[in-house]
Design a protein around this ligand. Structure first.
Ligand code: GBH
Length: 491
């Protein structure tokens, strides 16, 4: 079927979960309402607004805090089986720690969850999608090992309050983006830019924090609540630009640095950080005069604690890169993870470009990524927890490029199921247009358009919403389907 214009009709299993995803800071707004505390995004956009090109922020965003019933109505229109959203830590615990639980925050999430359950939509909850309470950042955030305790305490409040109805939890969304972008560079809050060690210290603390929350769930909550707890890692496909041994090595080092740092300690049978990368960092650190490797070590006890600590592997997948060794000198900061890996990301000119510079349509990237993970980590349960395509704000409701992207991705999902990958669900990113982090409102990922100039934040379905709905309902990818009009109903 690859490459043919008329793929044969293959069906998605009836229990396969189709959903859509969002994140609290990107949609909720109400940044200081009803007792919510300040988080690192509130703090950054208010103290340093020029880091966002349109100088926008998530103060109101899609205003889901006040529009949650409309959000659930959209889920019903699409016929979603599941909805993945995140909790705002500072809305639940305004100062980050548990001395003060915010009843209005608990109430809001109860209403959101109950509204979904009324219509048989499975809530999938991410505990942390990048919005650390500012008070905890002032103590170092993820580079302070105390984060493991803070996170476990927060997780307990979440499981206690919502675990009677929520059966699928994930601890962290995208450790790489938290650690590398937030602490090792300046592309996410808190823009720590600690290039030598920020990524690595955060990586260790984050996987231990994840494991603490997992074991808490496993021991104290699973016996009565009977759900699952996992983690979501961003896994774009990184293959060799050609099959030369140099390129193969570059691709493997890139995979270890981009997601292996977080996946290997949890999902590999040996545990700990990926070996080849660890060795490179140790060698460079020694050359650079460090007494120890800049990459921390796990004790044997920590290794065992983290290894196997997940019920499933959540994958956020968007695109692919073709890797070569770095050909130029002086491009990367020294010391840094980029210099430690010393590889180059390449794209063939023929891959079409989204509104986001990093996101191109890469053929079979989802298939390549998941079959690789299956082989490497002994086929755990997988969920695709994000996958999507960006357009510009003025590109209108007829989003044919997004339709093409989703059809190709879902064709890959069918290939993966045929290849025996233990894949249980697929979440589109995103249910609606939202605050796209450092890109503000200049890039749009929604199945629904949101009018950010309208105080009501009116939501309107794009063509891709109708196509996705048709796929969910009929359980196959119908290439001939064209919506008759863009008028949405609840079936
Ligand atoms: C996901 O991350 C996020 O989970 C989600 O919140 C987000 O809205 C979605 O993607 C779309 O971006 O070099 O400064 O341009 C996907 C992973 C997104 C990581 C873009 C790298 C580039 C940062 N990546 N990012 S920058």
């Amino acid at each position: 079927h690859h490459g043919s214009s008329e793929p044969q009709k293959r069906m998605f299993p009836s229990d396969f979960l189709f959903g859509a995803a969002t994140a609290a800071y990107q949609i909720e707004g109400a940044w200081n309402e009803d007792g919510k505390g300040e988080n690192i995004w509130d703090h950054m956009v208010h103290t340093n607004p020029s880091v966002i090109p349109d100088k926008s922020n998530g103060d109101i965003a899609a205003d889901s805090y006040h529009n949650y019933k409309r959000d659930v109505e959209m889920m019903r229109e699409l016929g979603l089986n599941a909805y993945r959203f995140s909790l705002s830590w500072a809305r639940v615990l305004p100062t980050g720690i548990t001395n003060q639980v915010n009843p209005a925050g608990i109430n809001f999430y109860n209403n959101y969850i109950n509204e979904m359950l009324k219509y048989n939509i499975t809530p999938i909850v991410t505990l942390y999608h990048w919005d650390l309470p500012q008070k905890l950042q002032e103590l170092g955030g993820f580079v302070n090992p105390l984060i493991t305790q803070w996170f476990e305490d927060y997780a307990r409040v979440v499981f206690e309050n919502f675990g009677d109805r929520v059966k699928k939890f994930m601890t962290f969304n995208e450790p790489r983006e938290i650690c590398y972008e937030g602490y090792g560079s300046t592309t996410k809050a808190p823009m720590a830019n600690s290039t030598a060690m920020g990524t690595y210290k955060c990586a260790k603390n984050l996987v231990v924090a994840h494991a603490k929350a997992f074991h808490l769930y496993d021991k104290e909550f699973r016996p009565t609540q009977k759900g699952e707890c996992g983690i979501t890692i961003s896994v774009n496909w990184m293959g060799p630009a050609s099959d030369s041994p140099e390129n193969e090595t570059a691709a493997e080092i890139a995979r270890q640095g981009e997601w292996g740092l977080y996946a290997h300690p949890i999902f590999s049978s040996e545990g700990g950080f990926p070996k080849e990368l660890a060795q490179k960092i140790a060698e460079k650190s020694a050359q650079q005069g460090y007494r120890q490797s800049r990459l921390p070590e796990f004790t044997e006890e920590e290794k065992d604690f983290v290894r196997g600590a997940s019920d499933f592997f959540g994958v956020n997948h968007y695109t692919a890169f073709l890797m070569t060794p770095m050909k130029y000198k002086g491009i990367f900061p020294v010391p840094s993870i980029l210099d430690d890996m010393n590889v180059m990301w390449n794209w063939p000119a023929e891959w079409s470009q989204s509104a986001s510079f990093w996101l191109k349509m890469a053929p079979n990237s989802l298939y390549n990524a998941l079959t690789h993970l299956k082989a490497k980590y002994n086929n755990p349960v997988f969920y695709i927890t994000e996958n999507g395509w960006s357009t510009t704000p003025d590109s209108g409701l007829v989003d044919d490029a997004r339709v093409t992207y989703y059809r190709a991705a879902l064709e890959n999902v069918l290939d993966l199921l045929e290849a025996g990958v233990n894949l249980k669900g697929y979440m589109a990113w995103s249910l609606m247009d939202n605050f796209e982090w450092m890109r503000g409102y200049t890039e749009r990922f929604g199945l629904y358009e949101v009018d950010f100039s309208d105080p009501a934040r009116t939501r309107t379905p794009k063509k891709s919403a109708f196509v996705y709905k048709h796929i969910i309902k009929n359980r196959y990818v119908d290439y001939k389907y064209e919506p008759e009009s863009l008028t949405m109903t609840i079936d």
